[in-house]
Ligand binder design. Structure first.
Ligand code: PGA
Length: 252
């Protein structure tokens, strides 16, 4: 049984006090709800990750948005933060390969693969993001693109415990546009099939595949009911408690 994962990606948002307040607000909702049938994760920027980890957050997982490409934990890599450093702060997860990293920082599948390996080696659960551009969708290349990203980005020792996939169509991120539920179902099925080719059916069947891109309280229930959708990766709507919890509460 795959437990759904409701994950917030704060991107480059929140000063210290805002980040702490957001985590306190989400933790309050979790404690009011009692035992949750899903996992909840927030991924603050590196600048506040340590503060957020040090804020009481029972029932809430905390993750980074990225880790360094080098497999080394320490060294002359100005500006980078290693997976070991992220784990040392108390984080449980990290994102890698978000489309903003792939597009704005030229990250290839090889780089994403290396980052994912580094995260797994430090016992972080890695959320590997994939998804097609609008141009690729219009050219009918969506399934081929995501299959290639899976083959290129997912380490061969990935398991359902240490790895989550997030399917985020690039054209749906921050735009208010979402694919039809039929399209989401097709892509998630194709991702599961490709994971099965790569890792075997048993692991593929247990691995969570999140949908991301303009998820809001108003569309969460419908998107999260699609077959093979095992949670959501939420950007804009994860920046306030009401919207983020509105999405999570659709699963209560
Ligand atoms: P969005 O972002 O929810 O603002 O569309 C999703 C993401 O980039 O993870």
């Amino acid at each position: 049984m795959r437990k759904k994962l409701i994950a917030g990606n704060w991107k480059m948002n929140c000063l210290k006090a805002e980040g702490i307040a957001l985590v306190q607000g989400i933790t309050d909702e979790i404690s009011k709800a009692g035992t949750l049938p899903f996992d909840v994760l927030v991924c603050p920027p590196m600048s506040v990750l340590g503060f957020v980890c040090d804020t009481p957050h029972a029932g809430l997982f905390i993750g980074a948005q990225d880790v360094a490409e080098t497999p080394k934990s320490f060294g002359a890599f100005t500006g980078d933060v290693s997976a070991e450093m992220v784990a040392d702060l108390g984080a449980d997860f990290t994102l890698v390969g978000h489309s903003e990293r792939r597009t704005l920082h030229g990250e290839t599948n090889e780089i994403v693969h290396q980052k994912a390996q580094n995260a797994i080696a430090q016992n972080l659960t890695v959320v590997i993001c994939i998804g097609e551009t609008e141009q690729q969708r219009e050219a009918g290349e969506t399934l081929a693109v995501v299959a290639e990203q899976i083959r290129g980005s997912v380490p061969r020792d990935a398991t359902s415990q240490n790895c989550v996939i997030a399917y985020e169509p690039v054209w749906a991120i921050g735009t208010g546009k979402v694919p039809t539920v039929a399209d989401v179902a097709d892509v998630h099925k194709a991702i599961r099939d490709e994971l099965s080719n790569l890792l075997g059916a048993e692991i593929a069947n247990e691995m969570r595949i999140l949908y991301g891109g303009s998820v809001k309280p108003s569309n969460a229930k419908e998107l999260l009911a699609v077959e093979n959708v095992d949670g959501a990766l939420i950007g804009g709507a994860s920046l306030n408690v009401a919207d983020f919890w509105g999405i999570a509460a659709s699963q209560l």
